[in-house]
Design a protein around this ligand. Structure first.
Ligand code: GLU
Ligand code: ZN
Length: 288
């Protein structure tokens, strides 16, 4: 079965790669390559206001510089709007999704904050919305627990309706939500296992819920450790994570591998990134 493995790395082009994103890239790459699988790259350019011009090129060049060569064609979510729109239409027709006209202000005053943000109480579930009214689309949730086994962190589950509420799959400004696009593309690209940062662990029940409603299979999941700064914050553009220096690829790879629990032999630190990764893939037995 191992030859059927398909993994992926799915960066959002909000800025260049940093050591935290390199850990996710290397972890998903090693998991795929140690199983003789394919490793795909998908650019999640769904949210232009948050994107940085030139970031896509920088990310791709940085991956190549680090020996992280992907299989097949790169998928760009910005080119897949029709597919996302068709899925929204299908969900609405099946009464799994509906329009929500609540303003942010109204939600702030009328909803309770939960562990994962404001819990949407379903106010618009049975409302009829005028066609010209600006609205978001939400997907219907329920309270049967959605549990899954994560290969690194173990059992995890949520009751979506009471912990999160009906969540947004298309925003009022017209952009598609990450939850929707990620589920459609993981299915379309036939991803067998999603390997990504642990910051996304609590998004997984929402994604499994959408997979069920859209009749997609659920892949395996493996959430990797997240790199934090001295203040305990996840590295990101918001926390001013420094960009990876592409002139120090061996050093960067050694650091990323350490976060993933792999030691690199001293003599390999002078080796090419491809050699370092090939050795790491042989040593990688982490999350089978
Ligand atoms: N695009 C998301 C990010 O950069 C990752 C999505 C995923 O791996 O599911 O945080
Ligand atoms: Zn509403």
């Amino acid at each position: 079965m191992t030859e059927d493995y398909i993994g992926r790395f799915a960066p959002s082009p909000t800025g260049p790669l940093h050591i935290g994103s390199l850990v996710a890239a290397v972890g998903s790459y090693l998991q795929a390559k140690s199983k003789n699988g394919k490793w795909l790259v998908r650019i999640e350019d769904l949210d232009p206001p948050r994107e940085e011009p030139g970031a896509i090129d920088k990310i791709l060049r940085s991956l190549e510089a680090h020996g992280l060569h992907w299989d097949g064609e790169i998928v760009y979510q910005s080119r897949r709007h029709e597919v996302y729109e068709a899925a929204i239409k299908q969900l609405i027709e099946n009464n799994f999704a509906y329009s929500c006209t609540c303003s942010r202000k109204k939600l702030k005053t009328s909803t309770t904050p939960g562990k994962f943000g404001l819990i949407y109480p379903g106010s618009c579930r049975n409302k009829t919305v005028q066609h010209d009214q600006k609205s978001a689309i939400r997907v219907l949730t329920h309270n049967r627990r959605i549990d899954f086994f994560d290969k690194r962190t173990g059992e995890y589950g949520q009751q979506l309706e009471s912990e999160i509420g009906d969540f947004i799959i298309k925003r009022a400004d017209g952009f598609f939500a990450y939850q929707l696009a990620v589920v459609i593309d993981d299915a379309w690209q036939k991803i067998t296992e999603v390997v990504r940062g642990e910051d996304l662990l609590d998004n997984t029940p929402r994604q499994i819920h959408l997979q069920k409603l859209l009749d997609f299979p659920t892949p395996d999941y493996c959430h990797l450790p997240v790199v934090k700064n001295e203040l305990g914050q996840k590295l990101s553009k918001q926390t001013h994570a420094p960009a990876l220096d592409d002139r120090q690829v061996a050093k960067n790879l050694v650091a990323a591998l350490k976060y993933l629990g792999l030691q690199v032999l001293n003599e390999l630190q002078q080796a090419s990134p491809e050699e370092i990764l090939a050795q790491a893939a042989r040593d990688w037995k982490h999350y089978y």
